[in-house]
Design a protein around this ligand. Structure first.
Ligand SMILES: [Zn+2]
Length: 163
């Protein structure tokens, strides 16, 4: 089912997701699937959102394989487009680890994590999208890999910028 990726041991931490084949920029690798829960349900389950992926102000997905295993990096190799599609942000070589900047899915004022992803551009903290540097926000917005409700919240209007 997950033809383009596989799950294995990661140098970043624990288990990670890897490219099974070379992938071009923008290529869809897999989709986010899983049970939809509300923020209140998530908190009632005892979770602070650490493994869940936010898809709207009040809604989260409990990700299934392989999204469940994707590690964070401050210089990620993939992003999520249209809320559910994991796409390659760069040319991916077979065997390369897929990483996501978790901040591109977060606007919740709930969960943060100290980061030690090893990137030279590591921000040292994973936090809500509106709190990361403006230049980096722009980078992700221009590539259309920010959850839609966040892009709307930060007032991103691609047509105006292009004009
Ligand atoms: Zn980092």
């Amino acid at each position: 089912m997950y033809r383009k990726t596989y799950v294995g041991g990661s140098k970043i931490q624990g288990t990670g997701v890897f490219a099974r084949q070379n992938c071009r920029i923008g290529e869809i690798l897999f989709f986010l699937t899983g049970e939809l829960v509300t923020r209140d349900q998530m908190i009632a389950m005892g979770s602070d959102g650490d493994v869940l992926i936010q898809v709207d102000y009040k809604n989260y997905i409990i990700p299934t394989h392989p999204a469940l295993y994707i590690n964070h990096s401050c210089t990620p190799t993939v992003g999520i487009r249209d809320d559910y599609s994991f796409i390659a942000l760069k040319y991916l070589h077979r065997g390369e680890e897929l990483t996501l900047d978790y901040s591109t899915t977060m606007l919740e004022r709930l969960w943060t994590l100290n980061c030690a992803c090893g990137s030279p551009k590591c921000r040292s903290k994973i936090e809500d999208f509106d709190l990361i540097p403006a230049m980096l926000q722009q980078y992700y917005l221009e590539r259309d890999v920010v959850q839609n409700f966040i892009a709307e919240e930060v007032g991103y209007h691609p047509d105006e910028i292009a004009a």
